[in-house]
Write a protein that binds this ligand. Structure first.
Ligand code: 4NP
Length: 147
């Protein structure tokens, strides 16, 4: 039984905090009691709030992530039942840490694309696309993994 999920991207300010917020909302809607968190593979944005564009696209969809703070994945994250990587680069870097968790790619669930594209250098349209991909993938993941 999956009781805890960690979403991981590079900076933990764009994709994975949005994934965390969406997953918390979907879990609540489905009445599931699951520990949900997010982290980055890099140390670039430790302690920072999510990117304002992620906060905004979340807000537009009823997902409040403004209180989240960036952190880097570490050894203590081996406690999570499932780690969900946002792209192949994140997947490779997480694998290398050897935490021993079950590790999957977000794109395995309900999407045609392997990677959730990094929107950091993009515009609001990229953030909207990322939101839509995450919403679809997380619902598909809950259907498959948490049934
Ligand atoms: P994220 O996006 O991995 O989705 O949080 C990025 C955030 C920051 C950087 C790259 C990607 N950066 O290079 O600082």
């Amino acid at each position: 039984m999956v009781k805890s999920i960690l979403f991981v991207c590079l900076g933990n300010i764009c994709r994975s905090p949005l994934a965390e917020g969406i997953a918390r909302k979907v879990a609540k809607e489905r009445g599931l009691d699951i520990l949900i968190d997010s982290a980055g593979t890099s140390n670039y944005h430790i302690g920072e709030p999510p990117d304002s564009r992620s906060i905004e696209i979340g807000r537009q969809n009823g997902v409040n992530i403004s209180m989240l703070k960036g952190r880097q994945i570490s050894g203590s994250d081996s406690k999570f039942d499932l780690i969900v990587a946002m792209d192949r680069q994140n997947y490779a870097n997480i694998s290398r840490l050897g935490l021993g968790n079950r590790l999957v790619m977000m794109g395995e669930f309900g999407l045609d694309e392997a990677d959730i594209p990094d929107p950091y250098y993009g515009n609001n349209q990229e953030f909207k696309m990322v939101y839509d991909m995450l919403y679809k993938a997380i619902n598909a993941m809950f259907d498959e993994v948490l049934k």
